[in-house]
Ligand binder design. Structure first.
Ligand code: SF4
Length: 249
């Protein structure tokens, strides 16, 4: 039996908060946060998928990688670090060049604008994601039950793709718990458009340190589909429910 969403959120929030309260020596905080986030996302999505129609995504399929990707600041900084430290100079230069070109095309386009533009993510090479290990939760949470439907949607013949509810919900729960914990620490916690935010992160050698000192580095790249005040109210409401449930228990 899987843990109920509220309990799951609460446990992840506590785990993220504990990591943020006692950062490791050597700058591993963001990697630790995301290792926890990605592991819990995978576990929950797998658990919630049991008995459901199989997922039809496969390696080398990048049909949906033209959609807008949003990410939290730790995810943006994690990808930036990966590009700087884990890629050869040649690959890094190539990817950054493509990222800048993509940002020039996608800047300020909303979700529908990105669907219409159909510009591929700059991180696709030979049909595969070259930052797969560090891809944001938004990409992980986008899983389809029908590749055929994805192809039709990409060709503009249909708008209806049977996305996995389990993956979508697991992404929301983990991401929102992370955002709530970041907010409690006074760190930037909203979602940012990936191309734009990465451009900012890569232009600042001290981006991680600045972020962890509370600077709002990515404000210009913020995506406010749900207003930040509304999300913050939701996080506070969840906390009051915990307190209420403990008091009642
Ligand atoms: S980061 Fe990777 S998975 Fe996400 S849209 Fe880009 S290529 Fe696709």
């Amino acid at each position: 039996m899987s843990v109920q969403p509220l309990r799951f959120f609460q446990a992840r929030h506590a785990e993220f908060s504990a990591l943020l309260a006692a950062p490791e020596e050597g700058g591993g905080l963001l990697a630790s946060l995301l290792s926890v986030a990605f592991r819990h996302f995978e576990d929950r999505a797998r658990e919630q998928c049991r008995g459901a129609e199989p997922i039809d995504c496969r390696k080398g399929c990048a049909i949906c990688c033209t959609l807008r990707v949003t990410a939290t600041a730790p995810e943006v900084l994690h990808v930036a670090r990966h590009l700087r430290e884990d890629s050869s100079a040649e690959v890094c230069v190539r990817l950054v060049r493509r990222l800048l070109a993509a940002d020039g095309l996608t800047r300020d386009l909303d979700e529908q604008g990105r669907v219409e533009l159909r510009h591929r993510c700059p991180f696709i090479e030979q049909g595969a994601c070259v930052i797969y290990a560090v891809r944001p939760l938004a990409c992980r949470g986008h899983a389809s039950h029908s590749r055929r439907a994805c192809l039709q949607a990409a060709a503009g013949r249909s708008a209806s793709v049977p996305y996995s509810v389990a993956h979508r919900d697991a992404r929301s729960l983990v991401q929102n718990a992370l955002q709530s914990a970041l907010r409690d620490c006074g760190l930037g916690w909203v979602s940012y458009e990936l191309n734009h935010a990465l451009r900012i992160a890569l232009s600042l050698p001290e981006a991680e340190g600045c972020y962890l000192r509370g600077e709002d580095l990515f404000a210009d790249a913020a995506v406010h589909e749900v207003p930040a005040e509304e999300m913050a109210d939701g996080f506070e409401l969840i906390k009051r429910i915990w307190v209420g449930s403990f008091a009642a228990g």
